[in-house]
Design a binder for this molecule. Structure first.
Ligand SMILES: Nc1ncnc2c1ncn2[C@@H]1O[C@H](COP(=O)(O)OP(=O)(O)OP(=O)(O)O)[C@@H](O)[C@H]1O
Ligand SMILES: [Mg+2]
Length: 227
């Protein structure tokens, strides 16, 4: 498994400097939290890192291959959990996950079955038939997480995945994100939540588009034993 490398990345939109020049590496097997106040550039950083946006300057690469593919479509190795969920409202929870799996070549019956398994892992196994527009915010958020976990991506980029969750579900989701890292994925989580930052292996912070901190808590060594 390779690393995700941002090298001298800058983002300018409409003359506004959204991301100042930054160089940062995200490693396989590691859960990194990206903190910083609202408007500091967390979503923009994930969008550039996942290949949705082209950096104005600099390069983004996963395992040496550029993330930007020229059209804003992410590479198949990337799974996003978007801040606005990115679900299809008129489809059921199961269908939202199943279509992502079918798009990756899984037969429909198997895709549906995997979707149900993933919904159960985020404790909404009973809501598979429910249309997404009839779910609560926290339930939608968990469908979006289940979809990202279902595809077994090498890069899992999660934007405020716990913002609508209660404490128990937040802790459970963090343990699922750690499981993604434990199977070798690169996991990057943008969050305001100090509990998310505390549970990460590493924490970087943004302020006004600038990378101001890069901390690997001592506790991270414990999680990394065996790697
Ligand atoms: N498409 C865009 N066009 C112009 N400005 C943008 C665009 N997207 C984001 N911005 C601006 O870039 C800055 C960073 O936005 P971003 O969404 O990355 O912040 P954030 O840290 O994710 O904030 P939040 O915690 O509120 O989600 C903000 O000032 C925002 O207004
Ligand atoms: Mg954001």
């Amino acid at each position: 498994m390779g690393s995700l490398d941002l090298t001298g990345v800058e983002l300018v939109i409409g003359g506004q400097q959204i991301l100042e020049q930054m160089t940062v590496q995200f490693r396989a097997g590691e859960l990194t939290a990206v903190g910083g106040p609202s408007g500091s550039g967390k979503t923009s950083l994930l969008s550039v890192a996942g290949g949705l946006l082209q950096p104005t300057h600099g390069e983004t690469a996963y395992a040496g291959k550029p993330l930007w593919q020229g059209d804003g479509d992410p590479r198949p190795e990337v799974a996003f959990i978007l801040q606005v969920y990115g679900l299809v409202p008129i489809l059921s929870a199961r269908e939202n996950i199943s279509i992502a799996l079918r798009a990756r070549g899984l037969p429909p019956a198997e895709a549906d079955e995997r979707a149900d398994t993933e919904l159960a892992r985020v404790h909404i196994g009973d809501l598979g038939d429910r249309q997404v527009e009839e779910l609560s915010g926290g339930q939608m958020q968990r469908v979006a997480c289940a979809r990202a976990f279902a595809v077994g991506a090498e890069l899992v980029l999660a934007d405020e995945p716990t913002s609508e969750l209660d404490e128990l579900n937040r802790d459970h989701l963090m343990s699922l994100l750690h499981s993604e890292a434990a199977r070798g994925a690169i996991v990057v989580v943008a969050s305001h939540d100090p509990a998310v930052v505390a549970a990460a292996d590493r924490h970087i912070a943004l302020d006004e588009g600038e990378l101001i901190d890069d901390v690997e808590p001592v506790a991270a060594g414990r999680r990394h034993s065996g790697w």
